[in-house]
Ligand binder design. Structure first.
Ligand code: NIG
Ligand code: FE
Length: 411
């Protein structure tokens, strides 16, 4: 069924108000509505979604101006019925590597036949990306951004990391900044092959001139490092510490790829240094879980990676039960997880990580938003970053896996 649109005003015109009505289930993630759910006897995970049934909302100048029952909705310049569908906060994909050229389908096929992932394939993507022009990379990135929006993602973090030279890292950061304000410097993705014989020189480059140029150009808000002593290509604890400390001193927020391929120091290092997020968290011991629970660091789970590498899924229940803040993201990249679909990630989180549908949706919106300093909620005054589901309830995201139910609602 098509979305009905009244002819009273131009839809999406920033100067006019738009009433979105006939919302069967509005997910707000707003504590104000959550308390109503609690008193109505909803379980804590569902109550936290702050559901409003038979709802409407008004958007004005790109922000939410009113929320409430459809029967009480005010007049607006134009009106749009979503005919009983669910409306949710747009997904926040807080971990992607969207600026790259080429693909590694052959590596994926070999992995499905038993070859282990060790990060060595990143060099293939670095070579393809260095060889691509700005125009080629911009076209690929623009197409990927449109693909994300079509699936309900309205906020995206993008890392560099397939340049690994001063000029190429800055180029990837500039391209990323054309499409999102949430940009992360990942010069420490792997040691590039030309530095294989002198890793220390590459760490010096990343922590010295490369970082200085990134900061001088205001090219990134965060620094990230692939801390994985099990991979010959990635960074040891000592190297990762130097990179994170340099980034922190330069005023950047910290993000970490940690504990992806096996137990390791990444999670504890991230917590110790006050990273906003440590991502993957696939192999955790009890000290890691305790460190996360005591810190303000969010554990960002990327179950599309385990799907695509045949590693075991992270233990989300253990984290949630310990009171750790959990986020979900895609990690969209050509090596370990070539999907841009947050609904797919939610379905995996529910089926394989044993999160409830409500926990998974919260983690893919408010949870991931928190790592970017955002709220990921639908509330008066917040940006109107909305997604609509071609379904009456958020539960359908996991209940109907693989069905393209979600899309960005405006713009
Ligand atoms: O998050 N682990 C490191 N980086 C990416 C993979 C990049 C690649 O293989 O191209 C990740 O999984
Ligand atoms: Fe990643």
């Amino acid at each position: 069924m098509a979305l009905a649109q009244s002819p009273r005003g131009p839809p999406g015109d920033p100067m006019t108000s738009l009433l979105i009505t006939d919302i069967g289930e509005l997910v707000t993630n707003d504590p104000q509505w959550a308390s109503a759910g609690q008193s109505a006897g909803q379980s804590a995970d569902v109550a936290r979604l702050g559901l409003v049934r038979n709802a409407a909302l008004v958007v004005e100048a790109g922000r939410v101006a009113w929320i409430g029952p459809a029967s009480l909705a005010p007049q607006a310049d134009s009106q749009r019925s979503v005919a009983g569908r669910a409306v949710i906060p747009g997904f926040v994909d807080s971990h992607t590597h969207l600026v790259f050229a080429g693909d590694r389908a052959g590596e994926f096929a070999a992995r499905m036949a038993g070859t282990a992932y060790d990060g060595g394939g990143i060099a293939t993507t670095v070579a393809a990306t260095r060889g691509a022009s700005d125009e080629e990379l911009r076209a690929l990135l623009t197409a990927r951004m449109a693909e994300l929006r079509r699936q309900g993602t309205t906020t995206v973090e993008i890392k560099s990391g397939y340049g690994l030279s001063m000029d190429d890292e800055l180029r990837l950061l500039r391209l990323a900044a054309e499409v999102t304000p949430h940009v992360t410097f990942l010069g420490a993705h792997v040691v590039p092959t030309e530095y294989a014989a002198d890793r220390a020189a590459y760490v010096d480059l990343v922590t010295g001139p490369m970082l200085a140029a990134v900061v001088e150009q205001g090219a990134a808000a965060y620094v990230d490092v692939f801390c994985e002593p099990r991979s010959a290509h990635a960074f040891t604890e000592e190297e990762a510490r130097a990179i994170l400390l340099a980034g922190r001193s330069a005023g950047l927020g910290l993000r970490v790829h940690g504990n992806q391929l096996g137990p390791g120091p990444g999670v504890r290092l991230a917590c110790e240094l006050g990273a906003v997020s440590v991502d993957h968290c696939t192999y955790l011991d009890s000290d890691d879980v305790a460190a996360l629970a005591e810190s303000g660091t969010v554990a960002t789970l990327l179950p599309g990676v385990e799907f695509s590498t045949r590693h075991p899924y992270p233990d989300a229940r253990r984290l949630l039960d310990a009171g750790v803040q959990v986020a979900l993201a895609t990690d969209c990249n050509p090596g370990t997880c070539y999907t841009s679909s947050m609904p797919f990630v939610i379905a995996l989180a529910v089926r394989e990580l044993r999160m409830t549908p409500a926990e998974a949706l919260y983690a893919a919106t408010a949870g991931s938003a928190a790592t970017l300093g955002l709220r990921g909620r639908i509330a008066v005054g917040e940006p109107a970053d909305l997604a609509v589901l071609d379904a009456p309830s958020h539960v359908h995201l996991a209940y109907r896996p693989g069905v393209p139910l979600a899309s960005a609602l405006l713009g």
